[in-house]
Write a protein that binds this ligand. Sequence first.
Ligand code: FPP
Ligand code: MG
Length: 341
Amino acid sequence: MDEVIKTVLFKEVMALEKNELWLKIQEILGAKLEETEELLQDYTVSNVVIMQDLMDHIVSSSGKRLRPILLLLSGSFKPVHSENLIRAAAAVELIHTASLIHDDILDESQERRGKPSINALWGNRLAVLAGDFLFSRAFELVALCRNYELLKVLSRAIGTMCEGEIEQVRFAFNLQLNEQQYMQNIYRKTAALMEACCSAGGRLAGLDDAAVLQLEAYGRNLGLAFQITDDILDITGESLITGKPVGNDLREGIITLPLIYVLEDPIWGPYLKESIEKRDFSPSTLEFLQHPSCINEPLKRSLNKARLCLETAREYLSGFTGTVEGEILDSLAGYVLQRKL
Ligand code: FPP
Ligand code: MG
């Protein structure tokens, strides 16, 4: 399909996806989100033409802004220096975007958010530098906040994300990967940043340690569920909707939760084991994964696991009931389970 049509369709589905919950978010955070967008624009300006071209591509293919939303909501439980909150919200989006650019290099992914990836268009060398550039801009914003706790929380999360990516490579094609190791990997690569967003917001708002811990636990569990649904969508999703090629995980040797469950199946497990051992991921070999008796149960179990994480996430919000921010954080948990991209 034509790239332009693909991008337009992806954006339309994304707009639909946002619906009611997003209207509520707009109502509560609208002005802060707009200011975050302005900062994102300002901090992706470069005097170097090629870098600006890269930045234009990045800014034009924006994501759901989930991380800034988590940070802004967590930071709105008390009146706060909103300039710093917005700087931090922009910083976490820049960090997230940098990590996806580097991830696409590592995964050799050709598509992201309905468009060709940075590495596909400009090659790995420029893509690494574009990620580093975003990263440096993120920390310029963090520096302006003059808040060591914020600096510490975000630095630690990034280190954890790097460890997660390394562990993912170490476990690639490893048939012994178990559910516990999978959960640890997805905590590191995805949930740690969401946990940090909630922590950063709470700390900037001056909440006490107990409240910050609750928000962190919410963000961590939301992040775990988010990555499990991402891994389910890699099998069931439409690439037009997700904006990413489907079935990529297995081709890269990433054994996700639904695949761990398929491997446990006495009938279908040996088929998957053989194709992983032989590195044979041709559509005809993997046809068995479409078979309802093979895939339905693993998908159902994975969804249940995601649901459990979300229930846990919601339990940690008990101290924030009766607040509109708490209500939105609660609804975000529902969104994670239903999302299609
Ligand atoms: C996407 O996972 C990748 C991540 C969530 C984290 C990537 C982290 C790094 C590259 C290290 C940190 C680097 C910086 C600059 C902060 P995925 O491949 O499962 O998801 P996908 O399907 O969206 O690609
Ligand atoms: Mg990837």
